[in-house]
Design a protein around this ligand. Sequence first.
Ligand SMILES: C/C(=C\COP(=O)(O)OP(=O)(O)O)CCC[C@H](C)CCC[C@H](C)CCCC(C)C
Ligand SMILES: O=C(O)C1=CC(=O)c2ccccc2C1=O
Length: 299
Amino acid sequence: MTQNQISIPKNKLWLAAIKPPMYSVAIMPIWVGSAVAFAETKILNPTIFSIFIAAAILILAWENISNDVFDAETGIDKNKHHSLVNLTGNKQLMFWVGNLCLGSGLLGIIAIALLQQDPTVIGIILLCCGLGYMYQGPPFRLGYQGLGEIICFFAFGPLGMSAAYYSQTQTWSINNLAVSVIVGIVTSLVLFCSHFHQVKDDIAAGKRSPIVRLGTKTGAKVLVWFTASIYPFNLLCVGLGIFPVWTLLSWVSLPFAFKLCRHVLENHNQPDKVSNCKFIAVAVHFWSCLLLGVGFMLG
Ligand SMILES: C/C(=C\COP(=O)(O)OP(=O)(O)O)CCC[C@H](C)CCC[C@H](C)CCCC(C)C
Ligand SMILES: O=C(O)C1=CC(=O)c2ccccc2C1=O
């Protein structure tokens, strides 16, 4: 056991390993996609909505558990005391717990397909899971090439939200795709922020994350541009009549966006200080997506 592990209580390490706040990332595409469907059809199936939320949480749990399993194989997590594999010392067990989560999540998706008598949602979610596997699993490990944010954008944006919209309406919507650009960007921002404090470990393990590629200073500037982009895009869509005016409620997340950008611009090259920026990004994601959905519900 290292010095660091002795100083951090086990329960804190377990909380950091399970990362409860991160699960809002799974919930929001379903919430916003279903809200857009409600805005357009005035119908919301609460059973399908609830099953989809539970399934998305289970699928994201698989993604995170298997991330620790696959990262244990490359050695990139050797200093990550809150890795589930390091905490339990049992990689095989974690592999199967992850698969159990995936299986249970997919059962939920199958239940939705049976309720709809239509397999489309299964196809889209299998595609998302395939992308999730390619992000971290052998032989692909696309996250190690810096492609995680692109995968994240499509899985939680256009694909995840189309699946949510389709699960309510059994059809597609261009407006929903426009909204998915915002959800996709804010979700990718969370992943982008998670790399700032890990540059040293990532380089040592051969992972070329976007922050390793760009450097922390340019990375901080890129973060500001992408964070800032969602607000004028929202305004533009309201101006064009694509989004209801109530979706401007999403601008309430602006103070978190300012906090995130200021914090990263000031601390981008100080791992200890910047390490919490991922959770500020989760707050931006949570409030912007929650209120976007509320805006569609009211609109
Ligand atoms: C596990 C993820 C990020 C952590 O990556 P990293 O190795 O850098 O982290 P640590 O430093 O903590 O080890 C998440 C990655 C997300 C991935 C790009 C896309 C996942 C797709 C999901 C499976 C799709 C779920 C869709 C939902 C709507 C049902
Ligand atoms: O642990 C993490 O860093 C992340 C976990 C996770 O599930 C997720 C999902 C979507 C975007 C980013 C992230 C993470 O950064």
